[in-house]
Write a protein that binds this ligand. Structure first.
Ligand code: NAG
Ligand code: NAG
Ligand code: NAG
Ligand code: NAG
Length: 413
């Protein structure tokens, strides 16, 4: 008995050591200045992907409450470690228009007339994380940008589906823009920000309040699910699949929309678009040949459209994939929407939609600042606040944003 146990322990140890050996030696793009952290993040993501694959294959919900609790807790530890520094920020857990929010107020605020505010919509595929998971990151963001941050605890998928999250963000934003939030916010200086899934939400909110929102800040935003074969999707097929992959994007879009996530394999092959959709104007809005400027065309790949489609899948997503509230990049007319600060990363499947959105905004005479990080990857910006995965690149990107806000929003000095 004792001997069997010892044998099992030894086998387990060897397996773990072998896996660690593979992870440590895994090739990653040479641009990464802190490759070991990326390898570990990718490995954690690969474990999550395995779970998602199982859920597609065996048709179960990959994100019940208990799993969310565990994932969110682990991610919080990854973001901030066991303790976080004093950012000199006041935190209020509150409700605005009946929607839970967490408000971060820099204590060293200088102006008595009200501070600029950033309504922040967190990422996580509309499914994972929450304002508590993001707390350390947001405290740091509030401290560095000297803005009041209102993080919205919108309800998550798969239980709550589009348009619930969108509508909750609308309610909160409206109240703040009316100056009725109860916080010392400068009404003319309200920005909407978000990363990943939250970036797409932020763009939709900015459009909805286009005359009143001062600026939209989109960090590695997910802006469409019509085309999973853009050059950046094709470039990043197998670079860091634990961090960014077509499968992961597709499954989260489906959960958010309340469509069976078993359809994921059809989406990643672009077989979810019916001929009528393939022939529609929408593809021209995300045509990489038209909308990616030469200097950002980091690859010679172009989108590939397959003639194949699955009719069942195609019909169930037809209305959704062309809805421009879900996919703000599909908006016909971009004139008059708020100025934008857009962060994109080289190693990110959604890279090109961020770049194309920026260039379409530019063509529509909207002022836009595109910051493309050639050594960045999806979600890198979150590691700007410290913690075990703190990245110098993320800190640098935050400084870039901080400077921009200082000049364009606070008015410099
Ligand atoms: C940011 O935090 C530092 C360190 O706690 C503090 O000295 C500084 O005043 C804070 N800035 C703001 C705007 O609160
Ligand atoms: C793309 O094609 C151009 C012209 O054919 C070539 O000069 C360039 O090196 C190519 N770039 C890549 C990344 O392959
Ligand atoms: C289309 O997708 C459905 C749902 O996954 C599947 O049952 C069906 O067999 C597919 N049809 C074809 C022609 O592949
Ligand atoms: C997109 O979806 C929203 C919410 O369901 C709906 O109100 C809107 O009319 C849709 N837009 C289009 C163009 O169908």
């Amino acid at each position: 008995m004792a001997q069997t146990k010892r044998l099992l322990n030894t086998v387990l140890l060897i397996l773990i050591a072998y896996r660690a050996y593979i992870v440590v030696n895994r090739p990653v793009p040479t641009e990464f200045t802190e490759p070991m952290k990326v390898r570990v993040l990718d490995e954690i993501g690969r474990i999550a992907n395995f779970w998602m694959d199982l859920s597609v294959y065996f048709e179960f919900n990959p994100a019940p409450d208990l799993v969310k609790l565990i994932v969110n807790f682990i991610f919080k530890l990854m973001l901030e470690g066991l303790s976080r520094p004093d950012y000199n920020v006041e935190i209020h857990d509150d409700y605005i228009s009946g929607v839970p929010v967490r408000v971060f107020i820099p204590k060293a605020k200088t102006k008595s007339v009200g501070l600029p505010a950033m309504i922040y919509l967190h990422g996580g595929g509309w499914t994972w994380f929450n304002v508590y998971t993001y707390s350390g990151y947001l405290e740091n963001l509030a401290n560095r940008t000297n803005c009041i941050i209102v993080a919205v605890e919108y309800r998550k998928a798969p239980e709550h589906q589009f348009p619930i999250a969108y509508e909750e963000c609308i309610s909160v934003t409206w109240k703040i823009l009316l100056g009725k939030s109860g916080y010392p916010i400068h009404k003319e200086k309200v920005m909407v920000a978000g990363d990943g899934a939250g970036g797409g939400l932020a763009a939709a909110i900015a459009k909805r309040f286009q005359k009143r929102v001062l600026m939209q800040i989109l960090i590695n935003p997910s802006l469409q699910f019509l085309d999973f074969k853009t050059p950046s999707y094709r470039d990043n097929v197998d670079t860091i699949p634990g961090i960014t992959s077509a499968k992961s994007e597709a499954i989260h879009w489906l959960m958010y929309c309340g469509v069976k996530h078993q359809y994921t394999p059809y989406l990643v092959e672009n077989e979810h678009t019916l001929p009528v959709v393939k022939a529609s104007k929408y593809f021209s809005f995300i045509d990489s040949k038209k909308h990616i400027p030469l200097h950002l065309s980091v690859t010679n790949k172009s989108s590939i459209q397959t003639p194949y489609f699955n009719s069942t899948v195609g019909h169930s997503v037809q209305k959704l994939i062309t809805n421009d509230t879900l996919s703000p990049i599909l908006m016909d007319n971009l004139q008059g929407i708020p100025n934008a600060y857009i962060i994109t990363s080289q190693y990110d499947v959604v890279r090109d939609e961020g770049i194309m959105f920026a260039s379409r905004l530019h063509e529509s005479k909207v002022r836009v600042k595109l910051k493309h990080y050639t050594d960045g990857f999806h979600g890198f910006f979150l590691f700007s606040a410290g913690g075990p995965f703190y990245l110098k690149l993320a800190d640098k990107a935050l400084s870039d944003l901080e400077q921009f806000i200082h000049v364009k929003v606070h008015g410099g000095h």
